[in-house]
Design a protein around this ligand. Structure first.
Ligand code: DGL
Length: 283
């Protein structure tokens, strides 16, 4: 393993770009590979076995492309597959944890709302997190079906997205929540709309920056940080329709992240561009 190798990052779609952004800020010299598994989004409504299979497949593709570390930029995949990935692969696997602990340090009302996918909130990792840090507070889980689809469609502030958001957030506010945890990496893309709905007295927290700092720490421990002065570059792949994703990514990231079709690696050159799409393999 060498410091010049890239970091591999994946999510079910464009959600992980909220984490990629923090990694880019924190680690400007690193090359970053990003996989948006858009053909299989939303993970939050899939079975654990299906999510685990996707996480393994994508990790192997990122490793075939030379990744020195894997970032699971998805809370849902973290809950289901982070343990498996860590036991199968030797590279560091850095994963998400909803920002419940920082939320407990912020709350004055003692009521914290956690917005996440159904799968995340039903999982063992979330139950363990609440049991570990949640003493003395009311932690109210709120599943948000439909939101990931709106974000994947590039609809950040249309009436449908706003109606969904208020149906999820208003009940939390009515129950006294003064702190909202965004426990899905898609939701930070809606942070301005969430702040506007919740009002100035409510804190809105996510874990992107904490994860980026954790990536830095792990790479530093292993002496794998890319050296200055060269600026890192980003490359992206998707199992969905690149032409559709291009527009959404341009909005969420900027025009310079042009997704290519996700394909099987060739023996000599990492990922083939002309190979068959993994989305069609039924994995
Ligand atoms: N962005 C993901 C998460 O953090 C996945 C959402 C989904 O695909 O349902 O949970």
């Amino acid at each position: 393993m060498t410091p010049r190798q890239p970091i591999g990052v994946f999510d079910s779609g464009v959600g992980g770009l909220s984490v990629l952004r923090e990694i880019r800020r924190e680690l400007p010299h690193e090359d970053l590979l990003y996989v948006a598994d858009s053909a299989h989004a939303p993970y939050g409504e899939k079975s654990p076995a299906a999510i685990e299979a996707r996480a393994i497949l994508i990790t192997e593709l990122l490793l075939a492309r030379g990744a020195k570390a894997i970032v699971v930029a998805c809370n849902t995949a973290t809950g289901v597959a982070a343990r498996v990935l860590r036991s199968r692969y030797q590279v560091p696997v850095i994963a998400m944890e909803p920002a419940v602990k920082p939320a407990l340090a912020c709350t004055r009302s003692g009521v914290v709302g956690v917005l996440a996918t159904r799968r995340t909130l039903a999982g063992r990792s979330f139950a363990e997190l609440v049991a570990r840090v949640g003493q003395g507070a009311r932690i109210i889980p709120q599943a948000c079906p439909g939101l990931v689809e709106r974000i994947e469609a590039g609809d950040l502030d249309g009436p449908e997205t706003r109606a969904l958001l208020s149906s999820y957030i208003e009940p939390l506010l009515l129950r006294g929540a003064d702190t909202l945890v965004l426990g899905c990496t898609h939701y930070p893309h809606l942070a301005p709309q969430i702040r506007e709905l919740a009002g100035p007295c409510v804190q809105v927290l996510d874990s992107g920056l904490a994860v980026a700092r954790q990536v830095r720490r792990r790479l530093a421990e292993l002496q794998l940080l890319a050296p200055p002065p060269r600026a890192g570059v980003e490359q992206a792949w998707t199992s969905g329709q690149p032409e559709h994703l291009r527009a959404v990514m341009a909005r969420l990231w900027g025009g310079d992240l042009d997704p290519r079709p996700l394909t099987r690696p060739t023996e000599s050159a990492g990922w083939s561009v002309a190979g068959s799409s993994l989305a069609l393999q039924g994995v």
